[in-house]
Design a protein around this ligand. Structure first.
Ligand code: AMP
Length: 144
């Protein structure tokens, strides 16, 4: 399955981003309200300058305590995140996520942010693909 098919199956309600100058407290508010684990950091909604995930926040809280809540997202985000394209396969994205040990990946086309896929989206797509392959192979063996 290709990334654009995953995006389509998720529905097309745009990409949620946070400004690099926003505070960590604001990021926590969005993550909690939207029940998500990560946000693309962008000042214009089009470029993926960074990514901030719950892991970054937990790590910073452990190091600095509540004092970090007023810090800026850009202070703790991961810069230049690994991105994928709409034509990439779910398999290639899964490999990049596993190798890099992260669960979020912005989808960027011609320098413009067009979506985000999570490890959950990609695993779901791979399972569906493998199940279809299994059914097809079973059909061939049974002579259907
Ligand atoms: P996650 O597993 O996505 O919650 O992120 C784990 C760590 O990897 C955090 O430090 C994130 O900022 C970072 N991270 C998340 N997504 C990416 C990505 N696409 N490229 C590079 N780093 C990332």
């Amino acid at each position: 399955m290709l990334v654009h098919q995953i995006l389509k199956s998720k529905g097309n309600d745009g990409v949620l981003t946070i400004n690099p100058k926003s505070t960590i407290e604001e990021a926590i508010g969005i993550l909690a309200e939207r029940r998500i684990g990560g946000l693309v950091v962008s000042s214009d909604g089009a470029s993926a300058r960074g990514i901030i995930s719950e892991r970054d926040i937990v790590r910073t809280m452990a190091l600095r305590g509540q004092g970090c809540l007023k810090d800026k997202v850009e202070d703790i985000m991961t810069r230049n995140p690994v991105c994928c394209k709409r034509q990439d396969t779910s398999e290639s994205v899964l490999i990049k996520m596993t190798d890099g040990r992260f669960r979020h990946m912005p989808v960027v086309e011609e320098g413009k942010l067009v979506g985000i896929v999570t490890i959950g989206d990609v695993v779901k797509a791979r399972l569906m693909e493998l199940s279809m392959e299994k059914d097809a192979l079973q059909g061939m063996i049974m002579g259907h």
